[in-house]
Design a protein around this ligand. Structure first.
Ligand SMILES: O=C(O)CCC(=O)C(=O)O
Ligand SMILES: [Fe+2]
Length: 377
């Protein structure tokens, strides 16, 4: 029988193309001298980069764009608009929550669209951090408790400014830009509300009362807001933040248009596409332990772009250092699972992580097991 070529080998001339193929699925892509068939799937679109984009910039930029497009397809994006609408729509919300549960257990990461934080506030915040980080070191060191700059010998090559989102306000703020405190207050108010919404959903997804995490994390003074500035990568070093997991409950990140945040899944690094109107959420170690591994505290890292400064801002939803962390009885006693961790004090866990920064374990994801081991033995 003669082979039928519906379309011979070609590249698309334009910027990029989106294809939806039927169940026969004859589309193939050429890679490393091999033809890879693209398996047809009713609920997926195929995206390919065209010649225009290919020629547009250096190979590095194209690689970044490609990675970002791949990422948009990989990390789930969850539309939160129903949670901010006056409409009841219980069924709709249930579906959104299911998507979030799936994302928390498979990736430990997801993006939120229509998150309710004004985009203008996010952009003012990024501008505010850029202005601050452009100040002289003397000026930056006037807020010593909040400002940190990585040293040359460290693997981390960034500076950050962190504030606790406590109700006591922000007594020591940089003078430049002058509206710093006002922006912090607005951010604190919006992100505290979004955190309450997320902790309610996470509680329900774990089969707990909706106010479980609200009570568990009743001391919200440990939540913190951080602005980060990553210095441009050098010829041979592009690590911004090495592979790590976040210790707290969950984190929300807003990254600038350069991207760079990557999450590890099945031994692969998946870049998280930057998007002006989306926030990235990731689960932290506390939720992984409480849920007895139902939800995953995924390993992630930041890669710095060459010749460009990269900025991001992150809100960490933490617990008080005195909190005892162990798998909840809901999983161990009620469902009868064997506990995956013995209990530990959150404060001790943080200290152990700090100590391990200079001598990290071979696999960063083992840290939580090492911690568990050293605290209970
Ligand atoms: O800068 C980012 O995009 C993420 C930072 C991060 O993972 C962290 O500070 O824990
Ligand atoms: Fe992180």
């Amino acid at each position: 029988m003669r082979t039928q070529h519906r379309k011979p080998t070609h590249e698309d001339p334009g910027c990029f193309t989106i294809v939806y193929q039927d169940e026969v699925g004859v589309l193939q892509v050429h890679k490393d001298d091999q033809w890879i068939p693209l398996v047809p799937s009713k609920d997926k679109l195929v995206v390919n980069i065209g010649d225009v984009i290919q020629r547009l910039r250096t190979a590095l930029r194209v690689k970044r764009i490609k990675e970002n497009i791949m990422a948009s397809l990989d990390i789930p994006t969850i539309d939160f608009s129903l949670f901010f609408s006056s409409e009841e729509n219980v069924e709709g919300k249930k579906k959104v929550m299911e998507q979030m549960g799936e994302a928390c257990s498979t990736y430990g990461f997801f993006q939120i669209a229509n998150h309710g934080i004004p985009l203008d506030l996010l952009s003012r915040t990024m501008d505010m951090y850029k202005t601050f980080f452009a100040c002289s070191d003397e000026e930056k060191l006037l807020v010593p408790d909040s400002y940190f700059k990585s040293t040359q010998s460290s693997a981390e090559t960034y500076e950050h400014l962190a504030y606790r989102l406590s109700s006591s306000g922000f007594p020591v703020c940089p003078k430049n830009p002058p509206h710093f405190k006002q922006v912090l207050e607005e951010m604190a108010s919006h992100f505290t509300k979004l955190g309450v919404l997320l902790e309610g959903i996470i509680s329900e997804l774990l089969g707990l009362p909706p106010d479980f995490l609200a009570n568990y994390r009743s001391d919200r003074s440990r939540n913190s807001l951080m602005g980060l500035h990553y210095f441009p990568a050098t010829e041979d070093e592009n690590t911004g933040k090495p592979a790590h997991e976040d210790p707290g409950c969950f984190t929300i990140v807003y990254q600038d248009e350069l991207g760079g945040l990557q999450v590890q899944k099945d031994d692969q690094w998946i870049p998280i596409a930057p998007c002006k109107d989306k926030l990235v959420v990731n689960i932290g170690d506390v939720i992984q332990v409480l849920s007895n591994n139902k939800f995953k505290s995924a390993t992630h890292r930041v890669i710095r772009p060459r010749e460009l400064n990269r900025y991001s801002c992150a809100v960490f939803y933490n617990v008080h250092g005195d909190k005892w962390i162990e798998p909840l009885t809901r999983f161990t006693k009620e469902i009868g699972e064997s506990p995956k961790y013995r209990g530990f004090l959150f404060r001790e866990y943080l200290q152990l992580r700090l100590r391990n920064r200079t001598h990290p374990p071979d696999r960063p994801e083992d840290l939580i097991h090492i911690t568990h081991y050293s605290i209970s033995n």
